[in-house]
Design a protein around this ligand. Structure first.
Ligand code: N01
Length: 538
């Protein structure tokens, strides 16, 4: 409904973002009879999977698990083709979901939410888009993603570079052909590790600019075997239940594992080998204490160092590829196809930026403290302002004009990673302090959206108009999130989990490491207790 006088569109709910979270939020809120719109900066649905279309982009969670569970019909009709789905297939899936559930008419594309100010008198969020459009809504659902605010570090004189510049996080839609070209990739995180083998196979020469070497395990991706796929498709409910109730939501079977040092060295090696051969992140989870005990973690690190030395022929290059300054898993474990072997190619050079930092770009390439590297194209795979970046990119102001950016100066503060005290009816899907990036995002997204939808329904049932977190409950949750993290090795790394990749960002562990199943049970208990820790107002 448009209020002609003010030219403000008034709605029950606005959802920011049309990726996995936004699409499901639209589906749920519309089903409750709310008037709802999504604002999406891109010209199509997909979120992460719309933007990150670089060569080799692929999910590191297995495809059958990395999909919605809310619709049995959708589960029956969508046929995943590979063990790990590539970006084009996931994007097609999300486009299919948008069409199948007729969500597109609810989405305003090419529309970025710029500001959200709470109007206390009206009990409304007043929203402004980047192009000056105005809306008003009782509920605002931030489905803006955890890894959606790209970070490109400044490089001196980059404007002088005569070649083309790409960002993995905003890859062009048209085909990029590196044939015959000298390409540089900056970064060695998950995005770089996926695109490096493919760029190396196409380019005349690839120079990898590495600041911190990373751990990566083989994906062993393959087409899904039709009979096994069918068996799972016919029997999804127990599989979904196991994902939801388990600790990680990444692997359906979570049998208890022994502590690393309880095992004889040969048995430990056998387990690590088996996990390596199976592929994917299982290596992290084939012992119980990999992320809590440094001596246990050291055994994983040694195993990985041995594999890297085995794969990479040139011992000097292998040594440069060995991660040494953080425990395995405290930065997101990468999953690759032929990453380390790529450094055996004659057309690939590894530059160690710790030894020889980048000084400046030149018209012909990049100059480090040791040499000039001639490049025709430069690819930034330099990461994101994770978890809080997309939320703080919007000028959010709550009660009495308080600014979220001020309230979060020393780190994000949310109750359950869902709501912030002083910001009524504003929900973050997979916000800071929830399992989010440590979990299977689709599982966590569905849980949060369901929680929010049920909370909104509870408001209606009680005749209440607003809900917000209580400050005391929020403080206790934030302290709990920090305390659980302190019991792990995570704080030992300079990772994006800790905000360390963004200059000036507070050093706070952003996700909740207490486990997906336990977190879900906690949320259910809170709801059953009449939404303990939340304030509901008429
Ligand atoms: O980003 P990153 P990403 N000079 O932050 C380097 C998910 N994801 O886009 O470590 C030189 O991991 C930086 O070096 P350092 C996944 O959760 C999933 O790769 O800061 N280098 C690092 O090497 C992942 O963790 C999938 O020293 C600079 C790299 O850039 C998350 O997204 C695929 C630099 C950034 O790595 C982010 O991954 C892709 C500088 N000034 C992504 N600044 C899958 O599902 C930064 N770097 C498989």
């Amino acid at each position: 409904m448009a209020n002609e006088q003010e030219n403000v569109e008034a709605l029950d709910a606005v959802v920011a973002g049309a990726g996995f979270a936004g699409l499901y939020a639209l589906y749920r809120l519309r089903a409750m009879g709310l008037t709802v719109r999504a604002l999406e900066a891109a010209d199509d649905v997909g979120g992460t999977w719309y933007w990150n279309r670089y060569p080799g982009a692929r999910c590191d969670v297995e495809s059958m698990a990395y999909s919605y569970s809310f619709s049995p019909e959708l589960e029956r009709e969508w046929v995943w083709t590979e063990r790990y789905a590539g970006q084009p297939e996931i994007l097609r899936y999300l486009q299919h979901v948008a069409e199948r559930f007729d969500l597109r008419p609810l989405i305003r594309f090419r529309t970025r939410l710029a500001a959200a100010h709470y109007d206390e008198a009206g009990g409304l969020w007043r929203l402004t888009t980047e192009r000056g459009g105005r809306l008003a809504a009782r509920f605002l659902v931030m489905a803006t993603g955890c890894l959606s605010q790209p970070r490109v570090p400044p490089i001196a004189e980059l404007e002088t570079f005569a070649g083309r510049i790409y960002r993995t996080s905003q890859w062009p839609h048209e085909d990029v052909d590196f044939s015959g070209l000298r390409v540089g990739v900056i970064g060695t995180g998950s995005s770089a590790i996926q695109c490096i083998p493919l760029i190396a196979a196409q380019a005349a020469h690839l120079t990898v600019f590495q600041r911190t070497p990373n751990f990566s395990v083989p994906a062993h991706n393959a087409p899904l075997e039709p009979a096994a796929r069918r068996a799972l498709m016919d029997n999804y409910p127990p599989f979904r239940k196991a994902l939801r109730e388990g600790f990680t939501s990444l692997l359906p079977e979570e049998t208890p594992q022994p502590a690393a040092l309880e095992l004889a060295p040969e048995e430990r090696e056998r387990r690590y080998r088996a996990a390596w051969e199976e592929g994917g992140i299982k290596l992290m989870f084939c012992i119980s204490d990999g992320i809590t005990s440094k001596p246990a973690n050291d055994t994983l690190v040694k195993f990985m160092h041995d594999r890297i030395r085995e794969i990479v022929h040139d011992p000097a290059v292998a040594e440069r590829l060995l991660p040494r300054d953080f425990p395995l898993g405290t930065k997101r474990l990468c999953v690759d196809t032929d990453y380390y072997a790529t450094f055996n190619r004659p057309n690939v050079t590894l530059v160690d930026l710790r030894a020889t930092p980048i000084v400046a770009a030149t018209p012909a390439g990049l100059r480090t403290s040791a040499a000039e590297h001639a490049l025709d194209s430069l690819v930034f795979a330099t990461g994101f302002d994770a978890v809080t970046g997309a939320l703080l990119a919007v000028d959010i102001r709550g009660r009495a004009g308080r600014r979220l950016a001020d309230d979060w100066r020393d780190g994000p503060r949310m109750y359950l990673g869902l709501m912030a005290a002083g910001y009524p009816n504003l929900f973050a899907i997979t916000g800071p302090g929830s399992p989010s990036v440590l979990s299977n995002m689709v599982v966590s997204i569905e849980q949060h959206v369901d929680f929010v939808a049920e909370l909104i329904a509870a408001l209606g049932a009680r005749g209440a108009r607003t809900v917000e977190a209580q400050a005391a409950a929020q403080d206790a949750w934030v302290a709990h999130v920090a305390e659980v993290a302190q019991g792990t090795l995570y704080p030992q790394a300079n990772s994006w989990y800790m905000g360390s990749n963004i200059p000036g960002k507070p050093r706070v562990f952003l996700p909740y490491v207490g486990g997906v199943g336990p977190y879900r049970r906690k949320c259910a208990e809170i709801a059953a207790a009449g939404y303990a820790g939340f304030e509901l107002h008429a």
